[in-house]
Design a protein around this ligand. Structure first.
Ligand SMILES: NC(=O)c1ccc[n+]([C@@H]2O[C@H](COP(=O)([O-])OP(=O)(O)OC[C@H]3O[C@@H](n4cnc5c(N)ncnc54)[C@H](OP(=O)(O)O)[C@@H]3O)[C@@H](O)[C@H]2O)c1
Length: 259
């Protein structure tokens, strides 16, 4: 006798931070895997464009404005997604941004803003969506973290603090959800070529990269594509019930050495 019912055929997925980068690629990958997807971000027009492209390709997609910094917005997004697609079977928390300041130069309000979007925002999503999953006795929650948790980087101390908070919260969530049928997982990307950091002054970017080299944090110049991280998210949520990929770290492979 199987210990678990298989995943249902229809698994609506909510993707927070779907207007660009890893979130957009994740919505695309999950739709390609057959999930109806709800795309949320502040730039709702970009989510709608991507949702239209997914629908044009034969997928099922819905877009709605989402600001994870605002509990009412999270509630409205989750409710609209449920009306459009049905109860959430998958939640991907990938909203975020990044500033390039040293901690001692960083305004405490800017520090708080980073914690708000990455950590408190992730919790707002969990608090909104998880209880229904627990009632239905199944679901996947994927929290997008960062390899800065394993190897902190300079000039992003607030981000490092927030992502450590995300992983701490995820670990506690995994324990609390044990036996409920709901799987909480961490996907921890390494450097990925997305919109993140692209708005930095090029002079600052140069300084930051030099610092990372000094700290041994830039072993080679390759970056992941957003689709590489999206593939990891899709793998996590498609793991058969009874198996739980609790933490998946994705790193860019180094270029082949001469020879
Ligand atoms: N790029 C990397 O090297 C890297 C490495 C490790 C982890 N990550 C993580 O991957 C996740 C996605 O980042 P990315 O690299 O794909 O960057 P990105 O291209 O800048 O995407 C960030 C997404 O978050 C959304 N977002 C930001 N603030 C939001 C808010 N308050 N409410 C709702 N959505 C919000 C943005 O949309 P709007 O601006 O339209 O709201 C955008 O869709 C983040 O959690 C990031 O920390 C990235």
């Amino acid at each position: 006798m199987p210990r678990f019912d298989p995943h249902p055929d229809r698994r609506p997925a909510l993707v927070a931070g779907a207007s660009s980068g890893i979130g957009a690629a994740t919505a695309t990958a999950l739709a390609a895997a057959g999930h109806p997807v709800a795309l949320g971000a502040r730039r709702a027009d970009r989510c709608e464009e991507l949702a239209a492209a997914i629908r044009a390709g034969g997928g099922e997609a819905f877009a709605h404005p989402l600001d994870v910094g605002d509990s009412d917005s999270v509630k409205a997004f989750a409710a609209a997604a449920e009306d459009a697609l049905g109860p959430a079977e998958v939640l991907v928390s990938g909203a975020g941004d990044l500033s390039a300041d040293r901690l001692h130069d960083l305004d405490p309000d800017a520090f708080l803003a980073q914690v708000q979007v990455h950590l408190v925002g992730a919790h707002r999503l969990v608090a909104q969506v998880c209880p229904g999953m627990v009632r239905r006795r199944r679901g996947d929650v994927v929290l997008v973290s960062s390899d800065v948790v394993r190897a902190p980087r300079t000039r992003m101390g607030a981000y490092v603090a927030a992502k450590n908070g995300v992983e701490g919260m995820a670990r506690a969530l995994q324990m609390e959800l044990e036996g409920t049928g709901v799987r909480a997982s961490i996907v921890r990307p390494g450097p990925t070529a997305t919109g993140m950091g692209m708005d930095w002054d090029p002079r600052v970017t140069g300084e930051v990269l030099d610092e990372w080299v000094r700290w041994g944090l830039a072993r080679h110049p390759y970056f992941l594509r957003p689709s590489d991280v999206a593939a990891a998210v899709a793998t996590v949520v498609s793991a058969p019930r009874g198996a739980h990929l609790t933490l998946v770290e994705v790193q860019p492979e180094a270029p082949l050495e001469e020879g």
